[in-house]
Design a protein around this ligand. Structure first.
Ligand SMILES: *[C@@H]1O[C@H](CO)[C@@H](O)[C@H](O)[C@H]1NC(C)=O
Ligand SMILES: *[C@@H]1O[C@H](CO)[C@@H](O)[C@H](O)[C@H]1NC(C)=O
Ligand SMILES: *[C@@H]1O[C@H](CO)[C@@H](O)[C@H](O)[C@H]1NC(C)=O
Ligand SMILES: *[C@@H]1O[C@H](CO)[C@@H](O)[C@H](O)[C@H]1NC(C)=O
Ligand SMILES: *[C@@H]1O[C@H](CO)[C@@H](O)[C@H](O)[C@H]1NC(C)=O
Ligand SMILES: *[C@@H]1O[C@H](CO)[C@@H](O)[C@H](O)[C@H]1NC(C)=O
Ligand SMILES: *[C@@H]1O[C@H](CO)[C@@H](O)[C@H](O)[C@H]1NC(C)=O
Length: 642
């Protein structure tokens, strides 16, 4: 978000890398040798994490009863370079204890180091003998950035891409009923040297709007037992006409077997339909209750392939665009939906990319929902699938960003523009494109996701040719059921479904005026305010990320309001200005910066520790409702009430 274009920031000086405190909290956990390191700021959940974090079943749309969670205390040791992977430390005790899942840079990891470019993680596991004659699949829900996995001394697989699940068939390496050794080598360059990889807000040199990076195994690791021929993935789309489009991918990817899909409503079978595996087929359900933010109705789905039976769910809804009263609008189930949400970074002072608990993660979403937001923009980060399930259940549309490449600025300081830009070379661009495919492929069955974003504010966006043209076609081909916001902010070349402006603090949403950092509204596309607001309000040290370099950047905030009252007064004016633009011009939605403070940014609805809400709740609810009312008055839109 909201770095003004480079020229405006060339005055800023570099700040030194964050140097979090390393005082060890005396909180040893049950003789495991692991302890939380004191982070620069805690949350109400820091103490609730314990040594069995994220116990929840992690794959809500393809559930099986036979699984084993490998989260917990593992051992860890750093390594010095890529060659280390050639000499794995098999059968050795690694020197330190680490909590999995976590970011190595976070207090919750128990490590809290920086520049953790090369790492070893090790653990042992036992597999129950009733998993005999089944295949054993080892799942990593996210490892940042590259993982090489060894089981009992044998290489079991490799994966690149810091935000996505990968699954390895480890059957041949596993000994039933005995200890098995799991060893993982992780390489995470973030923005070291010439590396240009999808990182979002991570940087090795944190400064104001760019934050402490996350390295290592930061989402759940788990095992499951599956039949020889089993379902590997479900692609599910259900629309407002009751049509269900399913692809049941199986381990016998080239064979066609019969699969049975059953839709349930409140425990009763609504419809059963069989079709072939590994290719799309369709069937219809008679007048289903549609999914929307006001009524987030979901239907359970079971799918059977031979003796493999999995549980899933879907929601019936259609996302399109169309003209309403002469203005191009986003349509949900055929009606104009004014999408209003926050810029949601998903950062935590104790866990960085890993929320301390599921409850903590959902707390943020519930705060947004209760204020009346009907959308959340997941900003250049990808969350656990449980986040998207929560949005499906709560009724929050999701605008999902692809994690961006490093901002096109200098090697040593993400906000210094004096040296030449670092843009992806052809190979790095291909890898960005491959990971964009991974994003869509993994997450496209979540009903709440309404829009994919490819580029944010020009970061990693090559501008001497326009890569978003091909990428937009690619995304539309992979997922024809959603809108694409090809470029949110800055370098708009007329591609995609949105004409999306970023402007701080006040909005310019679908308006016949614009500023130096934005493009004019294009009436052939949806007029949208991809970011605005961002007004700051400093707080006392106990709610701040207690890191001097970060505190020294607080004065880079566009606007500081000295009191909570003045912050709410300014917010009220800015929301009112957006409502005015909805009434007069072609504004179809907006994104307020932001859900919470992050490190040196103090512009959240809540502080970074979630202990303090800045919002005057009654006033914000009224101001947000006024936006939906203004949209409804323009076009008979569906009004949204929380
Ligand atoms: C691991 O980190 C320690 C402390 O920073 C350092 O002294 C050591 O050389 C590192 N080991 C390797 C193999 O890089
Ligand atoms: C069904 O979904 C697949 C992708 O999963 C898509 O290629 C196909 O066009 C869809 N079919 C219909 C009829 O929408
Ligand atoms: C499916 O067929 C393709 C092309 O013949 C082959 O490369 C691939 O290995 C096959 N996959 C499986 C799972 O048999
Ligand atoms: C779906 O299944 C889950 C687990 O079996 C159950 O808790 C939930 O109530 C079901 N939901 C609906 C809408 O039937
Ligand atoms: C912000 O604060 C830092 C450190 O306190 C100071 O060096 C810098 O000059 C200030 N910048 C502005 C724009 O006031
Ligand atoms: C913000 O508050 C902190 C803690 O009280 C203080 O150290 C810092 O100087 C303040 N910064 C600004 C820009 O007000
Ligand atoms: C809005 O609603 C009114 C009254 O129901 C109707 O006459 C009018 O055609 C509607 N306009 C649009 C754009 O749907």
């Amino acid at each position: 978000m909201y770095l003004a274009r480079c020229v405006l920031l060339s005055l800023l000086v570099a700040t030194s890398a964050a140097s979090p405190q390393h005082d060890i909290i005396s909180r040893q956990n049950g003789g495991t040798g692991y302890s939380v390191k004191q982070p620069p700021l805690t949350t109400p959940w820091t103490d609730k994490v314990g040594t069995e974090p994220w116990p929840e079943y992690p794959r809500p749309q393809l559930q099986r009863p036979k699984w084993q969670n490998l989260n917990g205390v593992w051992s860890y040791q750093n390594a010095s370079n890529l060659d280390a992977v050639q000499t794995p430390p098999f059968g050795q005790q690694l020197g330190r204890k680490v909590l999995v899942p976590s970011c190595l840079e976070s207090g919750l990891s128990g490590i809290q180091d920086s520049f953790t470019l090369y790492s070893w993680f090790s653990n042992t596991f036992k597999v129950s003998s009733d998993w005999k004659n089944q295949k054993i699949i080892l799942n990593f829900d996210a490892v940042d950035y590259e993982a090489t996995v060894f089981v009992n001394g044998k290489k079991a697989g490799f994966h690149r891409g810091g935000y996505f699940r990968f699954s390895l068939d480890i059957t041949q390496h596993v000994k039933l009923g005995q200890e098995n050794e799991l060893l993982v080598f992780v390489h995470d360059p973030t923005d070291y040297g010439d590396a240009v990889i999808p990182i979002g807000k991570q940087t090795l040199r944190p400064s104001h709007i760019f934050y402490t990076p996350c390295s290592g195994i930061w989402q759940t690791v788990w095992l499951e037992a599956v039949p020889q021929n089993h379902i590997t993935k479900l692609d599910l789309d259900a629309n407002m006409d009751g049509r269900v489009n399913v692809t049941v991918h199986t381990s016998a990817a080239n064979a066609t077997s019969n699969v049975m899909v059953t839709i349930h409503e409140d425990g009763k079978v609504l419809k059963t339909h069989s079709g072939p595996s590994n290719r799309p087929f369709q069937f219809s359900v008679e007048s289903p209750d549609l999914w929307s933010p006001d009524s987030p109705k979901l239907y359970n789905v079971t799918v059977q392939l031979g003796n493999d039976k999995v549980q899933s769910y879907t929601g019936f809804r259609t996302i399109t665009k169309g003209k309403v009263d002469g203005v191009v609008r986003p349509l949900l189930n055929g009606e104009f939906v004014f999408m209003f949400g926050t810029l949601d970074q998903g950062y935590w002072p104790d866990g960085l990319h890993t929320p301390p608990t599921k409850e903590a993660m959902i707390y943020d979403l519930k705060v947004l929902k209760s204020l009346g937001f009907n959308m959340v923009r997941k900003h250049i980060k990808v969350e656990t699938e449980l986040f998207y399930q929560a949005c499906d259940e709560l009724g929050l549309l999701v605008i999902q960003d692809m994690p961006s490449l490093r901002p096109s600025q200098s090697k040593t300081n993400p906000v210094d523009c004096s040296s030449s830009p670092i843009l992806p070379n052809a190979e790095q661009q291909n890898e960005f494109s491959r990971q964009l495919d991974l994003l869509i492929d993994q997450f496209k069955s979540f009903p709440s996701i309404a829009t994919w974003v490819i580029y944010n504010e020009g970061w990693g966006q090559i501008t001497d040719y326009f890569p978003e043209i091909e990428l937009t076609k690619r995304v539309k081909q992979l997922d024809p059921t959603r809108l694409v916001d090809s470029v949110t902010g800055w370098y708009d070349h007329g591609v995609g479904d949105f004409s999306d402006n970023h402007h701080y603090a006040n909005p310019q949403c679908g308006t016949p005026f614009y500023s130096i950092n934005s493009s004019p509204y294009d009436e052939t596309r949806i007029g949208f305010q991809g970011e605005f607001g961002g007004v700051g309000n400093n707080v006392s040290i106990e709610h701040l990320w207690n890191n001097q370099a970060a505190i020294d950047t607080i004065n880079q905030t566009y606007e500081i309001d000295e009191t909570i009252e003045s912050w709410n007064y300014r917010s009220h004016l800015l929301l009112g200005e957006l409502a005015d633009q909805v009434k007069r011009f072609a504004c179809s939605g907006g994104v307020w910066t932001q859900t919470t403070d992050v490190e040196g940014e103090v512009n959240g609805l809540m502080t970074y520790d979630r202990r303090l809400k800045r919002v005057d709740e009654d006033q914000w609810k009224k101001d947000i409702q006024a936006l939906y009312d203004a949209a409804a008055a323009r076009s008979n839109a569906t009004t949204s009430t929380p």
